[in-house]
Design a protein around this ligand. Structure first.
Ligand code: PLP
Ligand code: ZN
Length: 418
């Protein structure tokens, strides 16, 4: 908190103290945390950061909390150099930022909740909650359990069973709303107001959003303190994409990385693509849609930060594209087979869109690109059941094995003991 200057309205620039307010009293614009960058510049260095534990807390001077309180080591997930996938897509330098193994609940949401939960404790909230498309509910519930906070999570009624269980296991009150995410979010806005609870992505949203910057900090550090040429980010409510850009900008501002800022590209499922429609139609503000997609994590028809996504994509010279459910599931399979990473449909969406942008020449074969893999496939395993081969069932003898499998063995395996 030492370096936090306060909250600033993203639209009109009005300034507020760092409390649980999320809209500007003057113009209803979203509030954003601002810092004294000159002071941060004097206080941190690459070597100081590198000397710290491998979690998102190593960037504390650029986070809006006093000290880590969650006890979880979220962040610092692998940046995987993907050579087989790169060959498949036709690019030379491809990386996967793998938040499918984030801690403690295996999605990018552990980043934003680390900061929102810590700030909730600092501001004295007794009840912690969220409006969720699935992953957020799990992360909020896990953090509330760890911190001893009462917890209410609100979800649309049609979520994947493993996501519901992945929240319920931590003992929160789970409220399943007969409506879509946008209905859930509207209800939660009223509840936050009336009961004075801390909602990670509503009245604590300014802090929540800051957690997403750590994805950019890590990408640059893991590349050896440099920027990639391109980043492809999924978009749901629109928190992540603009904060990836904010994170890169801050690294330059405080003197940790120099060079040209990356182009940031937006990925959405075709069944929920308000931001892509806005980019295609040249609109500044996305028009709400009714989501219908297998990528439930990304099924937000009226993204709270949609206009910021559009602005950042344009400002950085990025692009946007959408992927059909079929393309999304193909990409989930491709990622698993080429790189050994099992992601949920949100990750499939991002990969499918990256592939499209490479095919369109937006991302050139010689340029470096980072694809953000934001969720874990084990939570949505059922979407892949009819896309993988069934096990070959045999009796217990060697003869049975050879009858069933032997004929299909490649020469090398067949000849292993010949
Ligand atoms: C929440 C989420 C996102 C992106 O969400 P934003 O609201 O745009 O920040 C991406 N992938 C997964 C798996 C998610 O759960
Ligand atoms: Zn304002």
């Amino acid at each position: 908190m030492k370096f936090v200057a306060g909250l600033t309205c993203h639209l009109c620039g009005a300034r507020y103290p760092a409390e649980a307010s999320w809209v500007c009293a003057e113009c209803l614009g979203p509030l954003e945390v601002s810092y004294d960058y000159a002071a941060v510049r004097g206080a941190i260095s690459r070597s100081l950061i590198e000397s710290r534990p491998r979690s998102l807390w190593r960037y504390l001077e650029l986070l809006p909390v006093s000290e880590p309180r969650t006890g979880f080591d979220s962040g610092f997930t692998p940046l995987v150099r993907a050579t087989r996938l790169a060959r498949e897509l036709g690019v030379a330098e491809l990386y996967l930022k793998d938040d499918s193994v984030n801690h403690p609940t295996f999605s990018y949401k552990d980043r934003v909740v680390s900061i929102a939960a810590t700030r909730a404790v600092e501001l004295g909230f007794q009840v912690f909650g969220c409006a969720s498309t699935g992953n957020l509910a799990g992360s909020v519930a896990a953090h509330a359990a760890r911190l001893g906070l009462a917890c209410y999570v609100f979800i649309p009624h049609d979520l994947e069973p493993a996501k519901v269980l992945g929240a319920a296991i931590y003992g929160p009150t789970v409220v399943s709303v007969e409506g879509n995410y946008d209905d859930v979010n509207r209800l939660c806005t009223q509840i936050a107001d009336r009961y004075g609870w801390g909602f990670a992505n509503i009245n604590l949203r300014a802090y929540y959003a800051e957690g997403a910057k750590t994805m950019a900090f890590e990408i640059a550090e893991q590349l050896g303190w440099r920027f990639p040429d391109h980043v492809v980010s999924p978009v749901a409510g629109g928190t992540l994409l603009p904060r990836i850009f904010k994170g890169f900008r801050e690294l330059r501002e405080v003197g940790l990385v120099s060079g040209t800022l990356p182009k940031i590209h937006a990925a959405q499922p075709a069944g929920s693509a308000p931001v892509i429609h806005a980019l295609d139609a040249g609109l500044e503000f996305p028009e709400p849609v009714k989501p219908d997609t297998i990528a439930k994590s990304l099924a937000i028809g009226n993204p709270a930060d949609g206009f910021q996504v559009v602005k950042v994509v344009k400002e950085t010279g990025g692009a946007g594209a959408s992927a059909t459910d079929e393309e999304i599931l193909d990409a989930v399979g491709l990622l698993a087979r080429t790189e050994g990473i099992f992601t949920e449909p949100a990750g499939g969406t991002t990969l499918a869109v990256a592939r499209t942008l490479i095919q369109r020449g937006v991302i050139k074969p010689t340029e470096s690109v980072v694809i953000c893999i934001t969720g874990n496939g084990y939570k949505t395993a059922e979407v892949m059941f009819d896309r993988v081969a069934s096990p070959i069932r045999i009796g217990r003898s060697l003869a049975e094995f050879e009858r069933a499998v032997g004929a299909r063995l490649p020469a090398r395996a067949a000849g292993a003991r010949a």
